[in-house]
Design a protein around this ligand. Structure first.
Ligand code: PRX
Length: 637
């Protein structure tokens, strides 16, 4: 498949960018024209950030799976769509061609229909990284059901919260998932979640690990048996449901500054158009390239750059089940060598952890096929950038540092590989269609270069968040109410003397731990559920591997007999309520927290102490109890 909208030079980038700002409607209409539509749109865009009410490709009709699958069959049905590399090196890999994937998606779409799933129903998917996960997602999209994929590291409580929020009556899961040396009992976790979710009608279970599971009559069915029924029905092709451009494609929960994760809703057409446009341009995808994104599909990176954009572009996506350093730190390099990977897209945290093993794991692995490297999820430090450049890319592969968010659907600020310049630790320039703006705390736009501010976006792009599921007001308050007529990202940003952007980290109470977003309020709520805890405050601190670590200040009701046991119990509570990813790295027991006279916790002070920047704590005389700061400083862990 060729891409008429692929930008090939800096000059073409400048022209495309200028056009996207001068006439965004025409710009996006030309790109959208290259997709497969049942019916073209009447109008390209209507928008009002104040509500927010954003509609792209109005009255256009389509189904994203026809763009991901059907339209490639005639010319490239035998091309690999998904290459799957299992957790264990001893298990053979699998290749699903476009024909195979089309067949299996149709088959599973029939399973969903047989089980009573209708257009608009919400389906929770809680699976490991097996090929059946993209099959399940695409089958939902085929029949117009809205998938909500939950990362396999979340706890039963987190799943229950999400099931209730989305009122999801259907679940697709696995008996278990292999992750490194562990076998995670996914169905058992689902069973725990379902104690609080009696409204769930059907659980479809894919057998991956032969982990014992309890299958409840009338509710739980096996994937394979349901497929057999469809085979007996003669494997009918499932006609793709005609979707309106603005019909939701999926919900993906993400953390914010309040205690409750929010369900980010993406549309069918806008998400498809923007994600594919960004994929083809940022990575400079060429037909036949093998694209390896190491993210888990449970996060937006996996949704967009393992599945939807790559398949819409007719590309080959490599997904793997394992962990970067298991069974050894050469795992990723083995995969690159074995499958002749051309594009590698990973997270700074993975680079930093692999860097720590030195160069030995690289020995004997050919990385010659690599052409483009990418990073995502958190700011990349210069040391990791240079290591990636020198030892993985051998100084011949451009590195794209891609800044974006669950809410943006696709990459927003990034260099285009080999086309626009790169600069270590800079995301660099916005993609065409993206108008970044820096503002000060009062919302005043900061013009010029060599300036810092809060990063906002001025004009809608096709894959902007449409709503937060079931609570539109929350979407407005979170993203569109902070600054007038701007989408607020929650990130701080520096624009250098040449107008290039460097993301400096979150300016709200959201942490970025190993590239995963975690709200401090969520962690505090979980800690506070422990019987021994009176109050807590959570902040981030710089962590060599994870980027940010979680530092919790905790006030207990009684002093504990054994502080370490208490810490372990608190960690266990957080693991139960959110998942192991949110466990504090450090817990300090304190007798009080620094508060203003009106009772507000001074997080700035707590951050400085966690960062060991005691010298810059500043004035504490306005605090209710300034002495508490000295105590906390002395007890820092
Ligand atoms: O703080 C930014 C950081 O990750 C946040 C978005 O997290 P999430 O929605 O989970 O999506 C992660 C994958 C797209 C952003 O607000 N972030 C993401 N990419 C970068 C980044 N920070 C610096 N540089 C990046 N390239």
């Amino acid at each position: 498949m060729s891409f008429p909208f692929q930008i090939k030079s800096l000059q073409e980038y400048n022209t495309a960018y200028a056009k996207s700002v001068e006439n965004p409607e025409q710009f996006w209409a030309d790109i959208a024209d290259t997709f497969m539509w049942r019916k073209k749109w009447d109008k390209v865009l209507e928008w009002d950030f104040k509500k927010p009410d954003i509609k792209w490709f109005i009255n256009g009709k389509l189904n994203i799976t026809e763009n991901c699958l059907d339209r490639h069959l005639a010319r490239s049905g035998d091309d690999p769509a998904i290459i799957w590399e299992p957790n264990s090196k001893d298990e053979p890999h699998k290749v699903l061609t476009y024909n195979d994937l089309h067949f299996r998606v149709n088959q599973f779409a029939n399973v969903l229909r047989n089980n009573g799933v209708k257009k608009g129903d919400r389906i929770c998917i809680y699976m490991g990284m097996v090929p059946e996960l993209p099959i399940a997602m695409l089958a939902c999209a085929r029949i117009g059901a809205i998938h909500s994929v939950i990362f396999g590291g979340f706890s039963a409580q987190s799943i229950a919260d999400r099931l209730q929020d989305a009122n999801a009556e259907f679940i697709i899961t696995c008996d278990g998932a292999y992750r490194g040396g562990k076998d995670i009992a996914l169905k058992n976790i689902i069973d725990d979640a379902l104690i609080a979710c009696a409204f769930v009608k059907r659980v479809i279970v894919f057998n991956r690990t032969h982990t014992p599971v309890s299958m409840i009559k009338g509710r739980d069915v096996w994937w394979d048996e349901e497929i057999q029924i469809v085979e007996e029905q003669g494997n009918p092709v499932m006609p793709a449901e005609e979707m309106d451009a603005e019909d939701p494609l999926f919900i993906l929960y993400t953390s914010g500054s309040t205690g409750k994760p929010k369900g980010v809703v993406h549309s069918s057409a806008g998400y498809m158009v923007y994600s594919t446009y960004s994929f083809v341009n940022v990575f400079q995808y060429q037909p036949g390239d093998v694209h390896f994104c190491t993210a888990d599909i449970g996060w937006i990176t996996g949704h967009t750059y393992i599945i939807y954009s790559v398949l819409c572009a007719g590309g080959t996506s490599l997904m793997y089940e394992g962990l970067p350093a298991w069974p050894d730190a050469g795992r990723l390099w083995d995969i690159v060598d074995k499958h002749k990977v051309n594009i590698l897209y990973t997270a700074p945290t993975a680079i930093r952890s692999l860097m720590a093993y030195g160069l030995e794991p690289l020995k004997g692995k050919s990385l010659d096929t690599l052409r483009v490297l990418g990073t995502v999820g958190e700011p990349i430090n210069e040391e990791a950038w240079h290591w990636y450049d020198e030892h993985i890319g051998k100084k011949r592969c451009p590195i794209v540092d891609t800044w974006w968010q669950t809410e943006t659907g696709g990459i927003m600020i990034s260099n285009l590989a080999g086309v626009t310049p790169s600069k270590p630790s800079y995301a660099t320039l916005p993609l065409p269609g993206i108008q970044p703006v820096l503002v000060d705390e009062q919302g005043k736009v900061i013009e010029g270069n060599d300036v810092s501010g809060n990063l906002c976006i001025r004009f809608p792009w096709p894959s902007v968040i449409r709503t937060t599921y079931g609570d539109h007001e929350r979407c407005r308050l979170n993203y569109f109410a902070t600054y007038h007529d701007l989408y607020f990202t929650g990130d701080g940003c520096y624009r250098d003397s040449q107008g290039q952007y460097r993301i400096t980290g979150r300016v709200d109470d959201v942490l970025n731990v190993s590239g995963h977003r975690i709200g401090t309020a969520e962690v505090e709520n979980a800690i506070n559920r422990h019987t021994g805890v009176l109050e807590s405050a959570v902040v981030g601190y710089p962590h060599d591997l994870k980027g940010q670590g979680i530092y919790a200040y905790v006030i207990l009701g009684h002093s504990p007999e054994d502080a370490n046991y208490m810490r372990a119990d608190i960690n266990q509570t957080v693991t139960r309520i959110i998942g192991a990813i949110a466990r504090p790295d450090k817990i300090q027991f304190v007798s009080g927290l620094p508060k203003t006279r009106s009772g507000k916790i001074m997080r700035r002070i707590l951050r400085k102490i966690a960062e060991n920047e005691m010298g810059s704590i500043g004035d504490t005389t306005t605090l209710l109890d300034p002495a508490v700061v000295e105590e906390i400083k002395a007890g820092r862990v």
